[in-house]
Design a protein around this ligand. Sequence first.
Ligand SMILES: Nc1ncnc2c1ncn2[C@@H]1O[C@H](COP(=O)(O)OP(=O)(O)OP(=O)(O)O)[C@@H](O)[C@H]1O
Length: 945
Amino acid sequence: MHSGTTTIQDPKNPEHVKTFTFDLAYWSHSGFQMDKDGVFISADPNSKFASQSDVFHDLGRAVLDSAWQGYNATLLAYGQTGSGKSYSMMGSGANKGLVPRVCEELFQATETQERNQEHQTPLKGTLSVIEADVFGVNTNKVTFSMLEIYNEQVRDLLSRTKKPGGLKVREDQQLGFYVEGLTSVPCENYVQIERLMEQGTKIRTTASTSMNASSSRSHMVITIQFKQSAPPLLPRAPTAPPSTEPRLPAASPSTPATCCLNPSLPAEQSAHSRAEHGLRTDQLTWAHQLEQAREEWRQHYVAIAQERQMMKTVPHLLNVNEDPQLTGVLKHFLQADFRPLGLLSYQLLQSEALLTIPAPQPPTPNPLGTRALGAVCRDRIILGSNSAYLYVGFPWERGGEDLSRFDYDFFQLERAAAEGVSVDQLGAGDRGEGKADPSVLVVFQDYVKLMPLVAEANQMSEELKKPTGPQGPQTNIPSQIVLQGGLSGYLGGFYVTKKPLGTRDPITRKLIRDFITPELKMELKVKNLASSDSRGCDLQKEVMVKVTNQRTHEVWIWSKAKFINRKFLMEELYQRFLDGEDSHVVQEDDPFWDPVQVVHLGSAHIWLQPLAYCMKFEEQAEFLNCDGLEEAVLHIHITPCSPAGRACGEEDVVIDPLELLGKRMDFQIRIVRCLGAKWLKEDAERGIQMGYRIYNLPYTLYTKPVWKIMNPQIEESVQFTALNASQEFLNYLQTNALIVDLWGLQEGCTELSCSQLDLLVTDEGHIMVDTKKISTVIDIGQTASAQMSELYLKLLRLEQETGMLRSINRALSEENVLLKESLEKTGSGQRAHQPSSTLKITGMTAPSPAARELDQACTQRASYDREFAKALKGFYQSMNVARGKFLKLRCHKPPEDDQMLRPFVHQQSQMLKDFGELLESSLWKLKNDVALIVKKKRECLLHSE
Ligand SMILES: Nc1ncnc2c1ncn2[C@@H]1O[C@H](COP(=O)(O)OP(=O)(O)OP(=O)(O)O)[C@@H](O)[C@H]1O
């Protein structure tokens, strides 16, 4: 960043650079230090670090100046979640943001102006006298309001009573847009505004906690109405009384500078209801309201002082929220005897819910006979999926530790660890240098972030679907219940209730959750993209959500983005349900529903090296699912053959794949059967299909769908032809695997099919592969002249490459001929020139005994080569098995149950042992085979010499 210019470079593509120019741009990533008050300041005079005060200087001042001139001014922060909107607007700790700074400065300026008015300014003095008569205080009026928009509903953050459906936004011809019935509080100084913001934040936090609302989807609007007294000589429009509604600049010199409270504080009424009143009534009302507010303020200050005192001495719970601005905002003090704790206003723990934290000394006998929980300072309590608290114990337990490290991320990681999720477990955690693979870290972060969201989605689904258990939703709730274990609770909290509960009661809802099987189950999965890479490269992984309808067995796979979108829709629906509104939706609008689709179950890798040696191979490959576990077993045959489809024999095996270069290659892929598919075991009504794509085929070829058969015999063959095998194709065969995907079919889904129309086929009807050159020619016929030259160039380059390959080939065969000739010469002593270049031709000439011997030797040598190829084939096959074992090993997860750890470790070491042995034995076998062949070959050569 250089002043207003920001340059962005694509890390993967360094030449991709984009430059953007802004009016103002700030750097705050580096070059700063903290002063003694905790304020971030520039580390040195050359640092480009922009502090909160720099931002205020550039932006806040301008807003204030406009306000003083009578204009409406708005500060709007817009951007991606986590980009620093709240930080810039509100600030964090000592680093105050724009809103507090604007307010502070506003009051400072007001006070200065008033002092000046009292002492000197005659014109303004006149006005201040008149108004001072009425108010007895300053002449400027400031009111404050704070609202939140969440799920398109407006909520008053200065009122504890939530209006179902939210407040209404209205438009007035004169006043423009305004929120009807929004609380607006008169303020006389900055401290009051600070308190109002604190209170508003509390209400916002409580709402976010009880609704499981994510702050990243909520928008906050703070409005400060600033009404100056104008000199009487200046013409001005009749003034409406102070209210929250934004004004048009011409109507009144009042300023809602965009930047929440206690219902007990006096709220202003709508401007409409009093618009017709005169100036004096307005002023009297204002004076009255102000007076009332001052009473209220006094009480408020006492309460705050009490709270501060209690924080020092009394154990309490502090909330921890995803939004750092909302963390530590709620404090729940624990009663003196720590039993019962009935103070949690959190929805799930209403007054009848008791969470017991016994006093540590002496341990009080628990009246319910349940075990003492023994909470220790800094214990974490997680209630539900969105409500996290830090337990701050007795003063003597606290020590001097900075509690700010227990932030949302800390809770998330701890929770992940408790559920056994770690970077290592997600795979490739350590790349050897002690550093985790960044892509795995990203997946881990996604996973950890999504975990509570998935848990919430599950809870909402369970409640909304009104599950029909054995006794339906009207389950008879016993009048006294002790639920052990709490909602999750590292403290192992429990809930006690002594009176019958209604079905909308949180505890009843928990009971329903616990005792009646929910319909939908959402689970987080990590998809390993390596399974769709034909080289098995460890590509990135991605998080997805598997949704299962446990009743119908329908399965859906949702991407992260889809899940997040659905989650917001679920929240909307859930809110309607909580508000007592009709939460029934038609199927198409149901966020929990989707049309059924085929589901990707797993992939099998079949390495294609043998084909490059013209060797037939039969494989039993495992379909591995996203957890790396066996989903089914595939039987597949890949057979090189003649154009007529006759399978090649051992005599056709080549020693060097280059021998196939430029030649016609035909082969058959035969999917024989699929064994033991878990998908079919789970539900007999289901079906499967398999699909694969070889080399650069533009389409995936699918087998026919098979339904309701456990181990279906597929027996589908497709013949492929490479008319002119290219180097690239041969390289592909040597280094890549054919990926066969297994797809799960479920009732009502659309089966997979492939339009083979665009596939190139030979006269025999074989599908053509390795058709680059052919398709380029075809393309040329079809493309516009502008693209022609480019294509011709490509074609030319291809021709050149092919030419080069041909000459390499020629050189190689010539060398071969020379070698053979020199061999013959040594063997027979004949000087005659033999033009023959192949064994067959040699065989056709009248052979001398020595030549016969040589012929024999050569035939023998060819058979050694075949043996060598065979040995290689065996090795490749065992390597395939080893690869499968390795994948399985990598995905083998430790059990959650400690007791199972020993058998797990035993099994793991057995698997490792097997794996090691397999590797050893295959290598040993290959070495032995090769040594034997080399020995035989040497003997043969010696003999022929
Ligand atoms: N300029 C800055 N200097 C230091 N820390 C910052 C700065 N900007 C943002 N942060 C920190 O980055 C984190 C995310 O910022 P913040 O919560 O303001 O983002 P946001 O845009 O409001 O996010 P959301 O949309 O999710 O509410 C916070 O911990 C905040 O303290």
